[in-house]
Design a protein around this ligand. Structure first.
Ligand SMILES: NCc1[nH]cc(CCC(=O)O)c1CC(=O)O
Length: 339
């Protein structure tokens, strides 16, 4: 049978370009790489395109920009209903075959909603710096949060950042700001309404704006979001050649850290308004360390857990930290926040 197929394909005109990876014809067509359309998302898509092209000679990657409901909605994301507002349309394109692979920030992939049926995260790219940074409007006389006068207004839409900021500076006012990183920066400068803005250093760097990071918040000052700084590649599991290709870009250490953090998030059963932070690292002696925190809205109350385990036990570690947090009151904190 295989003989016949080979003979048949030999006489068929083959579409060009044909990229071959380890003897497998990857695609006679182009590899369509789906991504959100923001400058940060497009920078990620270009990075992934270059990484894929570096693996397979002649691979033709077409970036397909997809507008998601999360991008279109200008209001409070929690009101959009359900999680994954930045994924729905991209998931659909992947499942229906309009695209072959999707690029996501892992942080935007809900931890407690199953992936679209028949799809897998085939690669976690090496994690970037997970720290959040503070940006001051151009011309501001301040460059450190400590110096901002009481009552200053801080721009962020992350409940996790708001809670941790107010915990140490209850005098500050936090106001939601939506939009892409670049539009948020432009608004910060133009409106002069905010004393400062907090966002992810990795996001700034991806759009070439790292020089705007005036203050880098330490991990102790601002525990990062679960999955921060990780770009992941999402494919159909039946597309074996693409799964295999994407796997070449997978960083096993990042995968283990992401697994621990996301299992914790999953086990905590939070909602869109839950200020949850989590950070997994590997200690110098090779142990997994997982720190988890759950805050009340203003950060006045919080639960904290830090546990260690061996690297082969990432899911168990995630579940254990979640259980420890629950024992320390995380459930009541989460349930006490309106959503
Ligand atoms: N929700 C938007 C989003 N998703 C991922 C990042 C940053 C990059 C990353 O952590 O991968 C950002 C921007 C931000 O939080 O400032």
């Amino acid at each position: 049978m295989a003989e016949i197929e080979r003979a048949t394909s030999a006489v068929m005109p083959s579409p060009a370009p044909v990229a071959v990876y380890r003897g497998r014809v990857l695609s006679g067509r182009r590899l369509r790489l789906g991504s959100r359309t923001s400058p940060m998302a497009m920078a990620q898509a270009h990075l992934v395109r270059d990484l894929l092209a570096g693996q397979v000679d002649g691979l033709d990657v077409e970036i397909v920009g997809i507008q998601t409901s999360g991008d279109a909605w200008r209001g409070d994301l929690a009101q959009l209903g359900g999680k994954g507002a930045f994924l729905k349309e991209i998931d659909k394109a992947l499942v229906t075959g309009q695209i072959d692979m999707a690029v996501h920030c892992l942080k935007d992939v809900p931890g407690d909603v199953p992936l679209a049926p028949g799809t897998v995260i085939a690669a976690y790219l090496p994690r970037e710096d997970v720290r959040d940074v503070v940006v001051f409007p151009t011309g501001s006389k301040y460059s450190h949060l400590d110096d901002l006068p009481p009552g200053s207004k801080i721009a962020t839409s992350a409940v996790r950042r708001k809670a941790q900021l107010l915990r140490v500076r209850p005098d500050l006012h936090v106001d939601r700001i939506r939009g892409n990183v670049d539009t948020r920066l432009a608004r910060l400068d133009a409106e002069q309404r905010f004393g400062a803005m907090i966002l992810a250093g990795a996001g700034l760097r991806r759009i070439g704006m790292e020089h705007r990071a005036d203050q880098v918040l330490s991990l102790e000052e601002m525990c990062p979001a679960v999955g921060a700084g990780i770009i992941c590649l999402h494919v159909r599991e039946t597309d074996e050649a693409l799964v295999e290709l994407a796997r070449l870009l997978d960083d096993p250490v990042t995968r283990v850290h992401a697994t621990a953090e996301r299992t914790m998030l999953h086990s905590l059963r939070g909602h869109c308004n839950s200020p949850i932070a989590g950070h997994c690292t590997t200690t110098p002696d090779g142990q997994l360390s997982l720190l988890g925190m759950v805050f009340s809205r203003e950060g006045g109350t919080f639960a904290y857990a830090h546990e260690w385990d061996t690297p082969d036990r990432a899911p168990e570690l995630g579940a254990f930290v979640a259980a420890t947090l629950a024992r320390k009151g995380a459930r009541a904190i989460i349930d006490g926040i309106p959503h």
